[in-house]
Write a protein of this length. Sequence first.
Length: 516
Amino acid sequence: MAIPPPDSARLTALNESFRFGLTPTEIEEYGPAVAGTLAASERVEELYEATAPATPDRPWSAPVDNPLGAWAVTTSISGAADGPLAGKTVVIKDNVSVAGVPMANGSATVEGFVPRRDATVVTRLLEAGATIAGKSVCEDLCFSGGSFTSRPAPVRNPWDPTRNSGGSSSGSVALVVTGAVDLALGGDQGGSVRIPASFSGGVGHKPTHGLVPYTGAFPIEQTIDHLGPMTRTVADAATMLEVLAGVDGQDPRQPTSIEPVGYATALGRGAEGLRVGVVAEGFGRPESEAGVDQSVRAAIDALRGAGATVDDVSIPWHTDAMALWNVIATEGAAFQMIAGNGYGMNSQGLYDPELIAHYAAQRITRGAELSKTVKLVGLSGTYTFQLGGGKYYAMARNLAFELRKAYDDALSAYDILVMPTLPFTAQEIVGYDAPLETYLPTALSMIGNTAPFNVTGHPACSVPADLVNGLPAGLMLVGRQFDDATVLRAAHAYEQAVGGFPAPPALAASTSGGHA
């Protein structure tokens, strides 16, 4: 497509924006020079279109039976005839590309987009024999720990439909814990796999940063982006992680090589000999419910009873970790997810030009429909970036090395660290038009224990603890970098010690044992 050369008004606006100090005469001189550079962009577009894949024709439909509002679209895409996931159905969070199937990322600004390519994780799931049953609703651009910012409607908690299921992987958890699908894929930048798992009673594993390729998922901020399994049992999460993990060569978040690990095999080792550190700063937070802390301590006692050695440990850095995440997730996301139209630049990863163009256009025409959390990111992150020129982000990323070392030092003495996933149980759903003083806490106030491990990249898994007033609570287990196997081993040992995890009332009534 021919690119129209910029007129004097456009060049004048650019000159003022950059404070280049060009005179009107100089601006006129630059016009032909700028126009002369456009041929390269036009040629790149021609070359790209000659090699880009065509969008496949895959069946999909709007959901018919959708009581919790969890389905975005339904489909049935069969994978290989055999493999570790043969016979299993999986739902894909709607920030992840499934070629030929609409993707909205919970947002009016992405609505109507149909990807050309499968995300790497989708390809791997299909090659492992899974059947993709559809896409699950997620929060608006995935920036909420509640489940009420999503379009077209909130996702409701399977235990109490008046409450939120947890975000941003809200639909994924609702579908997997109710048995609508066998497995679910989620994404996690501040807890968005673990928050829904805790609020809705599922297993949610955030892998080590870079273990699972993010290629083909809508980015928020490259240094905190994760994809991970959401399941009803730890064994399913381990099997799914074996399929998802490994370098794809297209994601700069990943190291150059990752040795394959038998996560499912590691589960058989049990809790005997595990050294567990109970992080004092994870309990008794200002926002904590006493019942949740008690539930998690009972879960820790179950690990002790299964053979683990348990000690208290203090990590003072944990209380300051949210300051780092807040800067990274506001300035970084304002720069990449908003101003950079999701992908930004300066990365050697695989881009999605069609998604970038679609979102860039609709972010302008439908920006008023974005959630209040996304608008907060844009306002706050851009303001501090303009004030400091990026120095606050740079400081936060530098301090992340110290934060990581604080956890690593503790993990030199312990195999895993444990704490509540969230400080409280699921809250009542609020409306899109809720006042800001209600809206923001409902969306973001639960992430004090989860978000630090997005900054540091440590693997972290949430599993159900005892119910608190009839609602799920979560035990979070954190391990060393790329030692996801030990995290899952400890989670499985706990699951076996308590005899499995409870299912939501409707599902429990239809199953003999009352367990998923």
